[in-house]
Design a protein around this ligand. Structure first.
Ligand code: GDP
Ligand code: MG
Length: 597
């Protein structure tokens, strides 16, 4: 295809502003998919994505559009992941296209994720077409939102396209805007092959499918290619374009987007951002900016029922096939038994994986408190990366500890601003910026990631009644006064409950934890001290008093069925008891203690 007849673009939007619905309309109006095969949210493949309305993996579709100028154009839409946890994937897919549609809900205006994603598009030098969606709703205020886009984002918005992705109003204008306002791709057909690995996923029939954007040269079916970062070579089995189902094609030239399969075993062998070239005639220069994505949030996942351990491992292996950024290794905990220490790109990634394990694989899981990766600087000069508070080295050997910090952007209606500022201050935040965009404020804070993985998002939602939007990016590591807090039950340390905390917040956290445990641990025939400690020093303490012998006696009156129920319940409970020295703690207590509220 001639370069001037190609347009490659992505859609950036805050969650729920209508990205998927618009993609559906574009596919539908151009007859890319036959009417009888249309289903809502064509590009959102996974169930969880559909339910939560988020797109995790980038997807792509090739649309043929006969424009008003009489020519037929090939429009390639790359659907980028909608969440900041996948920022690196977003930035790669942005590099693969020349323009973006900026979709903003005309009843809501610009939100935190709109900003994060549009800045990525601006960084990638995109031409940006603002699209105001949901103008069928009476609450739509397109004029106000246009102004907001100009004020807050700083791009031209007077010629924004007004649409209703729901009713189809304005969709032809979007197609024309893509052709007229977005630039055609550039590239040299005669140069050695240079293509970007944009995404990859595992298909049970085809193996690993690799999505690429050709920059220079031509890739053909049967070619032997080389991935420049991994130095692996493969022979192409199939080459195809996505409509959105795979349609085989003989060759892809500069500016084109498509997929190939090449008997690649696992997604891990394909690095997003890698450069693909020919084995024989290699490009002299790889694409710039490659960086592998690394997990930043870790937690333990344990089966509630120890018999599910093997199933859990199988399920994780399956998920990891399709997700190179999810990592796990076996872990044993005295409290929770056998399980896994897992690494994620962020909190949403964690939630998505956990949800999939529970729903798709029907597993009951205990999640330990999420922890970030700390850099522990030893007196010896070495730096250890701490993924699990249980592995914290002896304090006398430690010089200092550094923790990851984030830049958080929060958009919130004025009336809740005070509460948001208070929350950020409490969480050791440093205010970087505070501006107003109409009736809403935009606050930017430098915050420790550790305070954010601990229930920040839930608290933010509750103090703002759900009206705040939040986004973040990691900005680096900084030293702070961090300590490991251990929890002791009857003088025995309970590994699953230890956590890293800031020294100034330790008492507060410690007290909350021991009070909660006092409620959760059943009384025994003896007194049980419950303590939170830093090093050898106890910072909070509660005592669970001994059980008086006659307490259960009165339970055993009443009718037989109630008695049986009670016995059954005790039996079920027994199974899930964990022994700590002389103390039995129900599994349920850990689950509740680790639940953050
Ligand atoms: P995404 O998260 O950006 O992909 O958003 P979706 O496309 O999933 O849309 C979110 C919700 O808004 C869905 O319930 C859609 O039906 C609804 N929606 C999308 N576009 C419109 C529109 O133009 N008008 C109205 N009234 N609702 C819309
Ligand atoms: Mg969507």
């Amino acid at each position: 295809t001639e370069l001037s007849r190609i347009r490659n673009f992505s859609i950036v939007a805050h969650i729920d502003h209508g990205k998927s619905t618009l993609a559906d309309r574009l596919i539908q109006l151009t007859g890319t998919v036959a009417e009888r095969d249309m289903k809502a949210q064509m590009l959102d493949a996974m169930d969880i994505e559909r339910e939560r309305g988020i797109t995790i993996k980038a997807n792509s579709v090739r649309i043929e559009y006969p424009a008003q100028d009489g020519h037929t154009y090939i429009l390639n839409l790359i659907d980028t992941p909608g969440h900041v946890d996948f920022a690196y994937e977003v930035s790669r897919s942005m590099q693969a296209v020349e323009g973006s549609l900026l979709v903003v809900d005309a009843t809501q205006g610009v939100e935190a994720q709109t900003l994060a994603n549009v800045y990525q598009a601006i960084d990638a030098d995109h031409e940006i077409v603002p699209v105001l969606n949901k103008i069928d709703l009476p609450a739509a205020e397109p004029e106000r939102v246009k102004e907001q886009i100009e004020d807050v984002i700083g791009i031209e918005a007077h010629n924004a396209v007004l649409i209703s992705a729901k009713t189809g109003l304005g969709i032809p204008d979007v197609l024309e805007a893509i052709v007229q306002r977005l630039p055609a791709p550039k590239g040299e057909r005669d140069a050695p092959l240079k293509a970007m690995l944009v995404d990859s996923w595992y298909d049970s029939y085809l193996g690993v499918v690799v999505l690429i954007r050709v920059m220079d040269g031509v890739i053909r079916k049967g070619d032997t290619i080389r991935m420049m970062k991994t130095a692996a070579t493969y022979k192409l089995d199939t080459l195809a374009v996505l409509k959105p189902q795979m349609v085989q094609i003989d060759a892809l030239g500069p500016g084109e987007i498509g997929v190939f399969t090449a008997s690649i075993k696992q997604v891990r062998d394909t690095r997003v951002g890698d450069t693909i070239t020919h084995e024989k005639k290699q490009t002299p220069k790889a694409l710039p900016g490659f960086k592998p994505s690394v997990p930043v949030v870790f937690c333990g996942l344990f089966p509630v029922d120890a018999n599910d351990f093997d199933d859990l491992r199988d399920a994780m292996e399956k998920l990891a096939l399709n997700d190179a950024s999810f990592s796990f290794e076996m872990e044993t905990s005295a409290a929770l038994g056998f399980g896994f220490r897992c690494g994620f790109l962020g909190l949403l990634h964690l939630e998505v994986i956990r949800d999939r394990l529970e729903r798709e694989y029907d597993l009951d899981l205990i999640t330990t408190a999420p922890s970030v990766v700390y850099d522990v600087h030893m007196k010896s000069g070495e730096v250890e990366q701490l993924h699990n508070p249980a592995d914290m080295p002896d304090l006398t050997l430690v010089d200092h500890i550094e923790e990851p910090r984030i830049k958080a952007t929060i958009l919130v209606p004025d009336e809740y601003l005070g509460d948001v500022l208070k929350l950020c201050q409490e969480r050791r935040g440093i205010q970087l910026d505070l501006t107003y965009a109409g009736p809403r404020a935009m606050v930017v804070y430098d915050l420790p990631l550790n305070e954010v993985v601990f229930d920040f998002y839930d608290r933010l939602k509750s103090v703002t009644k759900g009206y705040a939007s939040f986004d973040y990016q990691i900005i680096g590591y900084r030293e702070d006064n961090l300590v490991k807090m251990s929890v002791l039950v009857n003088d025995e340390p309970v590994d699953a409950l230890s956590m890293m905390v800031h020294r100034d917040r330790a008492e507060l956290r410690g007290r909350a934890m021991v009070e909660k445990l006092k409620e959760l641990i059943p009384r025994h025939m003896f007194k049980i001290p419950i303590q939170a400690a830093i090093g050898g020093k106890v910072i909070a303490r509660e005592t669970l008093s001994a059980l008086r012998k006659d307490v259960t006696a009165k339970c055993y009156g009443g009718d037989a069925s109630r008695k049986r129920k009670l016995l059954d319940k005790q039996k079920a409970g027994k199974k899930k008891m964990r022994q700590f020295g002389k103390v039995e703690i129900p599994q349920e207590a850990f689950i509740s203690a680790l639940k953050m509220d």
